[in-house]
Ligand binder design. Structure first.
Ligand SMILES: *Cc1c(COP(=O)(O)O)cnc(C)c1O
Length: 441
């Protein structure tokens, strides 16, 4: 399936057919399930989404970092089509199938760390995080979990309590799980001037030692680049210092790479950007299977093997079609070109956004790695979060055929995580729409 890689405005946004469908949806779909852009998408390819009214949107969000390889990537489509006609389900823990093993071979080979690794597969990012908690607890015989300010880990009961923001993720949904400890993050744009990564790590470590006790902690969970938090890149030295402390204290260091992993940042995993940072376990999901629901935990073999047989699993986890898609994605990344493309996209985005920052003082910060770049908005001349500007820019971009996503604890961040299949022309077009929106503010 192909689709002209071009932004097209055929009707007003949302168009009449989308408006009708939205009415039907309101009758039968829970109000708890929100929508960023109320147009109904009919098909997609590369970096273009086509709606039911014939409008074509430039996708600058990849469904939150999922279709990193591009919408309807030919090899992913072929792998799923072939698999779906052959075998859709046995449950791997009842009777196995080869693609599950193949995707485990690929992910253990490319995950960082010079040690033997194993993997297990699930359905969602939250489920991967929950399983990493189970594995770390079993491996250490300890119960307590540390997480960071501005973190996001999912929407299940345990992961709700691991998120930084109560609203909208947890409000009214309690009681939440206990034994989760929130710890100060390194946030260079908002930390006091000159605070180093090592100093920020010491602040977190001291906090955990006093509040919890190193000997109580099963695991420390961190997103090496925070996703929902607004693409916060901790200061250099932060991750390395934390993981050295974890190792010295028998704590399992878990990198939640559900958003930052799988070629997004120009490396297989964002963890690799920090020299000396050695996570024991990594959680993956979003970008791993080109849109099919697949998640996993990968890491040190002896930790992954700590769980008893029957302790890990789930009916649909690592289903045949999902792992077939995962194999098609990981083999393409292995073939080459994708990491380089993520870096090119990062350079283009950073140079254009930095130029806009020089022109518009409400852009306080441009940050990120590879094709995971964000801009944080402030009141000009201050660091006061400016969520109003983001709200208006998002609206402007959406009504002009560019799907951008906001983020951030203060809702004052626009994040760019386009499919790596995007062309430079589309990227430039999207940024021109954004620039026109900035000029209008
Ligand atoms: C999206 C996300 C999750 C949750 O993934 P789901 O598939 O939505 O459950 C967990 N961690 C991070 C870092 C994420 O970005």
């Amino acid at each position: 399936m192909s689709l002209e890689q071009k932004r097209i405005l055929a009707t007003s946004i949302p168009g009449p057919i989308s408006v009708q469908m939205q009415e039907r949806r309101k009758q039968v779909v829970s109000a708890g399930v929100g929508t960023t852009l109320p147009v109904f998408i009919d098909r997609a390819h590369g970096a273009i989404l086509k709606d039911v009214d014939g409008n074509q949107f430039i996708d600058m969000g990849s469904g939150i970092g999922v279709v990193t390889i591009g919408h309807t990537n030919e090899k992913v489509v072929a792998a799923v089509q072939e698999q779906v006609a052959k075998l859709t389900h046995t449950l791997f823990t009842v009777a196995p199938y080869e693609p599950y093993v193949r995707v485990a071979e690929l992910i253990t080979k490319h995950a960082p760390g010079n040690f033997a690794k194993k993997a297990a597969f699930f359905n969602s990012g939250a489920e991967a995080v929950e399983n990493a908690v189970k594995i770390a607890r079993k491996a250490t015989g300890r119960t307590e979990i540390a997480v960071f300010d501005h973190a996001y880990h999912g929407r299940t009961n345990l992961t709700m309590s691991m998120n930084f923001k109560a609203h909208p993720y947890g409000t009214g949904f309690g009681p939440l799980a206990g034994s989760v400890h929130h710890t100060p993050m390194s946030y260079p744009f908002r930390d006091s001037e000159g605070l180093t990564g090592e100093e920020a790590a010491t602040r977190a470590i001291t906090y955990l030692e006093k509040r919890v006790g190193a000997g109580q902690l099963a695991a420390v969970f961190i997103e090496p680049i925070q996703g929902e938090g607004g693409f916060i890149v901790p200061a250099p030295g932060f991750l390395r210092t934390l993981s050295a402390w974890c190792r010295a204290n028998g704590i399992v260091m878990v990198a939640d790479e559900v958003q930052s992993g799988i070629a997004r940042t120009g490396k297989w995993f964002a963890s690799e950007w920090e020299e000396g940072f050695e996570p024991d376990l990594i959680t993956v999901a979003k970008g791993i299977a080109g849109g099919m629901p697949l998640s996993g935990v990968v890491g040190r073999a002896e930790i992954m093997d700590a769980a008893h047989a029957g302790g890990l699993g789930g009916t649909f986890g690592g289903s045949p079609t999902a792992v077939a898609a995962g194999v098609a994605v990981l083999e393409q990344i292995e073939e080459g070109g994708w990491l380089e493309r993520a870096l090119e996209i990062g350079e283009l985005l950073t140079s254009k956004l930095t130029a806009l920052q020089a022109q518009y003082p409400i852009i306080g910060d441009v940050r990120g790695k590879g094709a995971m770049i964000a801009i944080e908005f402030v009141e000009a001349g201050t660091k006061t979060p400016n969520s109003k500007a983001v709200e208006e820019l998002v609206k402007h971009c959406h009504s002009n055929g560019v799907l951008i996503l906001n983020a951030g604890t203060y809702n004052n961040v626009i994040r760019f995580l386009p499919p790596l299949a995007i062309t430079n022309e589309l990227l430039e077009d999207a940024l021109e729409v954004l620039a026109a929106g900035l000029a209008k503010l």
